[in-house]
Design a protein around this ligand. Structure first.
Ligand code: NAD
Ligand code: LMR
Length: 345
């Protein structure tokens, strides 16, 4: 009896670990890039990950060989387009994180200048994201897709429309990664209030560019002067520009983005593989919150569950100041989303 129950329990453990193993392949597309490399390093440290699959058009064999020496339990494989690399990278993936793209600075003769917006990346990144979505629809239609490539307000609709065309779109499993905005907001508010950022949780809603980034500072539990409010709001909305300017034409945020992307991916794994409840993160997802104003995707706090987006949180009570910010965000979001939708249609 005792032996039988031990055997049963061993069998159920084996069944669990087999299904967990199948569920925990994480693919990073754009893995050799500025974000891709440190993001992959962080994912190598995540205990839920059993296989790390690194795809890029160049250099992934080296990145994979390097990461594969780290003594955590996941295996690491690097793929390039040769030998059906994208297919192998995606097959069986549970989570696909996408920081693939081209920064204008890398296109000869088109250096990135201060003042450029994320929308200026559309022409280079739209087709990259569409092609990766087509492959994802084919090789891992049930995966969770985390889109980092800019402009997020348009690349998420591009990814969604491409999956829809293939008949495999699941809105609960497509996320625009806006975590960096809340990471920055927390840090910037902590600096102003001389606090530990872990005690400054700031909700940020809307989208991921300029005026579409709307921090809800009235919900932070802190009080701000009008000057502080203006300065913080501007800094959170245009935090990306600080990095672009400091990097002086060589790129945009990579390390803080890797941190933020790994945080979001880890939350998805915690909820979907780890069975953790009450996991809440912000994300740009298909949402009804502003649908009546023609905005099909919106970033707000979402609760993650075993199947992805379980609940989309509303904005709660917001100040007149924030209502004004939302009124500026909505038309810009409409424009960005339509541009993404039209690209595929
Ligand atoms: P990067 O140029 O350093 O890296 C991009 C990588 O993508 C390169 O290694 C490139 O070879 C690869 N790539 C190009 N085409 C590909 C394809 N078809 N398949 C697979 N890989 C491909 O750029 P980065 O600094 O890592 O930034 C990547 C993207 O992330 C940019 O669009 C950037 O604007 C965006 N970004 C988003 C956020 C956010 O908060 N969502 C934050 C920072 C940066
Ligand atoms: C960021 O917020 O840092 C990214 O979206 C990159 C950029 O172009 O600003």
């Amino acid at each position: 009896m005792f032996a039988a129950s031990r055997i049963a329990s061993a069998a159920s453990k084996r069944a669990f670990s087999t299904s967990a193993a199948n569920l925990s392949k994480v693919a990073v597309l754009g893995a050799a890039g500025g974000i891709g490399q440190p993001l992959s390093l962080l994912m190598k440290q995540n205990p839920h990950v059993t296989e790390l699959s690194l795809y890029d058009i160049v250099n992934t064999p080296g990145v994979a060989a390097d990461l594969s020496h780290i003594n955590t339990n996941s295996t690491v494989k690097g793929y390039t387009p040769e030998n059906d690399g994208l297919k192998s990278a995606l097959e069986g993936a549970h989570v696909v994180v996408i920081p693939a793209g081209m920064l204008p600075v890398k296109i000869p003769g088109v250096p990135r200048k201060p003042g450029m917006t994320r929308d200026d990346l559309f022409n280079t990144n739209a087709s990259i994201v569409r092609d990766l979505a087509e492959a994802s629809a084919k090789y891992c239609p049930d995966a969770h897709f985390l889109i980092i490539s800019n402009p997020v307000n348009s690349t998420v609709p591009i990814f969604a429309e491409t999956l829809k065309k293939a008949g495999v779109f699941n809105p609960k499993k497509l996320y625009g990664v806006t975590t960096l905005d809340v990471v920055r907001a927390s840090r910037f508010v902590a600096e102003v209030k001389n606090k530990d950022p872990k005690d400054c949780k700031i909700t940020v809603v809307g989208g991921h560019s300029g005026v579409t980034i709307v921090p809800l500072l009235s919900q932070s539990g802190e009080t701000f002067t009008k000057e502080e409010l203006d300065a913080l709001t501007h800094r959170i909305q245009f935090g990306g520009d600080e990095v672009v300017q400091a990097k002086n034409g060589t790129g945009s945020a990579t390390l803080s983005m890797a941190f933020a992307g790994a945080r979001f991916a880890s939350s998805v794994l915690d909820a979907t593989v780890g069975g953790k409840k009450g996991v809440i993160e912000p994300s740009f997802v298909q949402s009804d919150l502003f649908k009546d104003q023609g905005v099909e995707y919106f970033s707000s706090n979402i609760e993650l569950g075993a199947e992805g987006v379980e609940k989309i949180h509303g904005l709660g009570e917001i100040s007149d100041y924030e209502k004004e910010l939302i009124s500026k965000a909505v038309p810009e979001l409409q424009k960005n989303i339509t541009k993404g939708n039209n690209f595929v249609q």
